[in-house]
Design a protein around this ligand. Structure first.
Ligand code: ADP
Ligand code: MG
Length: 316
């Protein structure tokens, strides 16, 4: 199989067609036509075997995750995803592996209306780089920087399950927690819904504490996180115990939930989104004047677990 055949067979043939793709896979570069009055929102992420996921992870999950982490970044910006580029480094062209990888990757892309418009395929250690582009009505993007004192801090779903799942994957276990690591669902629709509602947003990829601290820093405010209100996973609690469950909720990565702030007047709008999307949204604290992340409630004095990155797939 030549490189051209590989690209055609596994990627070009089964990607979604979009009218705004003037020129997709096959030429030296893609030509894309964003709608008038919109701005492009662009992100890229790389996942490496042995660093971001353990060796031997199912190819379908590697493909799914590579797309999901990028869609999550667009979700946090309130953008509508449209196009993707895929740079794939693989040790060999194993047809079964490629089939499953493309299935996971294109399956999620197609589900969110994303067309694969180009990429690169090289031989090397397993590494997947994906760039995605989407758009927002000009100037309407959500950012990390808009939180204001008095805003409520919300979290979609719950955190800690993916990090628990990663630990189980490493022990070759299966089950719902493992799926939370293998097949994260990016909160794309919720991100779109939050445009005009949220004052700031971030996706929780490295851990709630780290990512909320980033949002607070970018906004120049203090984020008061109430540990008594943190949604906790019953599954993680059962398997890992209450203390570890709280640690993972605070410091575990890879959940791809959204953390966002809203002024008190928009709390009702959040409840509307919660019902429409059937994803629980919990108020976990409040924005005040000051700077950085401040913990309140039971266990606050213990602070954030030392190695913030310890529980995520990213090495400390
Ligand atoms: P070039 O040498 O000009 O970069 P390539 O042979 O690398 O050309 O790629 C040929 C075409 O296939 C280009 O349009 C490129 O964007 C696309 N392509 C290559 N690899 C992939 C991939 N893994 N997924 C999607 N498109 C790809
Ligand atoms: Mg190339």
């Amino acid at each position: 199989m030549t490189e051209d055949e590989l690209i055609e067979r596994f990627f070009a043939a089964s990607t979604l067609h979009r009218d705004d793709v003037v020129l997709g896979i096959g030429d030296d570069a893609a030509v894309l036509a964003p709608p008038p009055g919109h701005q492009i929102v662009s992100a890229v992420d790389t996942i490496n075997e042995g660093v971001h996921f353990p060796a031997g992870l199912p190819a379908r999950s590697i493909g799914h995750r590579a797309m999901a982490v990028n869609l999550s970044d667009l979700a946090a910006m309130g953008a509508e995803p449209a196009w993707a580029l895929l740079s794939l480094s693989i040790p060999q062209a194993d047809e079964k592996w490629l089939n499953e990888f493309a299935d996971g990757f294109l399956g999620l892309a197609t589900g969110f209306g994303v067309s694969l418009v180009g990429g690169d395929t090289v031989r090397g250690p397993l590494s997947v780089s994906v760039g995605v582009q989407g758009f927002v009505e000009s100037g309407s993007q959500l950012t990390r920087a808009g939180a204001r004192p008095g805003d409520a801090i919300f979290l979609t779903g719950k955190t800690g399950e993916a990090a628990a799942g990663l630990e189980l994957v490493r022990g070759s276990r299966t089950g719902p927690l493992v799926d939370r690591f293998l097949d994260p669902v990016p909160r794309v629709e919720i991100g779109r819904d939050l445009v005009g509602v949220a004052t700031s947003a971030i996706d929780v990829s490295d851990g709630l504490a780290v990512d909320l601290a980033r949002l607070a820093k970018a906004s120049g405010v203090a984020a008061h996180l109430d540990l008594d209100r943190l949604p906790l996973s019953e599954d993680v609690d059962q398997l890992f115990g209450p203390e570890r469950c709280r640690e993972l909720a605070l410091a575990g990565g890879d959940d791809y939930e959204l953390c966002f702030t809203v002024p008190p007047s928009r709390k009702e709008a959040v409840r509307g989104i919660e019902q429409r999307r059937t994803v629980p949204m919990t108020c976990i604290g409040e924005v005040r004047t000051g700077c950085g992340l401040l913990l309140e409630g039971k266990g606050a004095s213990a602070g954030v677990p030392d190695a913030w990155h310890h529980f995520s797939a990213v090495p400390a």
